[in-house]
Design a protein around this ligand. Structure first.
Ligand code: PMP
Length: 379
């Protein structure tokens, strides 16, 4: 049986073309990029061109691109490092959306324990944040505002430019977690007006364990990973050369193929939704204007975890909420922020499509899902 993978928001497969570009840096070109000799220079050549390419794709300057171990580290760094720097300016209040990834929420909880005050922006029933709700919470002590560009459970798109403007008017720094946006939209840090932005390579067919934090020139952020002088003294650790080379190549290919991929994915979503239409008590979260690759669904009265297990047995991989949370028994904080009760949130599953899925696969997955819902309802 060919398994059907519908969990691309959790991670994507590494593109073979990208692997080929990484391989020389995992074998012959093994120098430490910071070594001053020939081996080091060759490795640094790969790192420099990766940094240039990523800067160009994000409309940033190369010295505004910082390599990290992924989205989690980038989120942690932006929020913790940004808040520590803000405190030195007398600002000890931060604002996050209630639907941020756990990597951001946990960073804020740590800050709160250290004495920072933290406010959370609510979302409406479609998972969107309003400019007014941010405006109402800004104070002269607010140092940092963090709102993700695209939510990882619903695909909901946030008005980043507008929110960044509000933060700036009050003298705060604005960070966006663009981990789920990067696979589906071209990111221009200037057009978005953000001070910091995070991406993670494994969400756009690049390697796992590699990400970027963009930090606009002049924006103050304290380092989190201390050690050597890598990343202009702000992030210690020997550079993962193969991974950053792969990330740059993956981002470049992703931007180049994005519109065709998005078009295909929109069709896949439609085929899938048609396949499950007619099932009683179906609720779909996320929709018009949002990223179509990510879909949260609910079948009234049916447990999401039961659906995920049964689909897995039938050869289809989806998740119950975010992948990072699905190992725990906690209901999704995103769905609850959108007004669902705990019981309702436990009924949600997330289906996320990728560029290599076929219509046949999603039609089959939808048919299996329909059968499983009916079976579970009878049991
Ligand atoms: N932010 C968002 C929105 C995500 O979806 C993820 C990945 N689940 C992360 C951050 C964390 O990224 P990583 O897996 O690279 O640590």
């Amino acid at each position: 049986m060919e398994r059907i993978y519908l969990d691309h928001a959790a991670t994507t497969p590494l593109d073979k073309e990208i692997l080929d570009k990484m391989l020389p840096y995992l074998t012959d070109c093994y120098g430490n990029a910071d070594s001053p000799h020939a081996f080091g220079r060759k490795a640094m050549g790969g790192v420099d061109s990766a940094r240039d390419k990523i800067a160009d794709l994000l409309n940033a300057k190369p010295n505004e691109v910082y390599f990290t171990s992924g989205g989690t580290e980038s989120d942690n760094w932006a929020i913790i490092g940004g808040a520590y720097a803000a405190k030195e300016r007398g600002r000890d209040h931060i604002i996050l959306s209630a639907i941020e990834h756990h990597a951001a929420l946990a960073a804020a909880e740590k800050l709160q324990k250290e004495g920072f005050s933290v406010d959370y922006l609510p979302v409406d029933r479609t998972g969107r944040i309003s400019a007014d709700s941010l405006r109402a919470r800004m104070t002269e002590r607010t140092g940092l505002v963090a709102v993700m560009a695209v939510n990882n459970e619903t695909g909901a798109l946030q008005p980043i430019k507008e929110l960044a403007n509000i933060a700036h008017e009050a003298g705060a720094v604005f960070f966006t977690d663009a981990v789920q946006a990067a696979p589906h939209m071209a990111l221009d840090v200037k057009a978005l007006g953000v001070d910091m932005l995070a991406i993670s390579a494994h969400k756009f067919y690049g390697p796992k364990g590699c990400g970027v934090l963009y930090i606009k020139s002049g924006v103050k952020v304290k380092p989190l990973v201390v050690g050597g002088e890598q990343e202009r003294g702000l992030r210690g650790g020997t550079t993962n050369v193969a991974a950053v080379v792969g990330m740059a190549a993956a981002l470049e290919k992703n931007v180049r193929t994005m519109s065709a991929n998005n078009e295909k994915i929109a069709t896949l979503r439609q085929v899938f939704l048609e396949g499950i239409s007619g099932v009683d008590g179906l609720r779909v979260y996320g929709g018009a204007g949002d990223v179509s690759a990510v879909l949260s669904l609910r079948f009234l009265g049916v447990s999401g975890v039961d659906l995920v297990y049964n689909l897995d047995l039938a050869g289809v991989s989806v998740s119950a909420g975010a992948a990072c949370a699905s190992a725990s028994v906690k209901p999704s904080h995103v769905m609850m922020a959108m007004g669902l009760t705990e019981k309702e949130a436990r009924e949600c599953i997330r289906v996320s499509f990728g560029k290599d899925n076929t219509e046949e696969e999603v039609r089959e997955a939808a048919a299996l899902l329909k059968e499983i819902v009916e079976k579970l309802r009878k049991s």
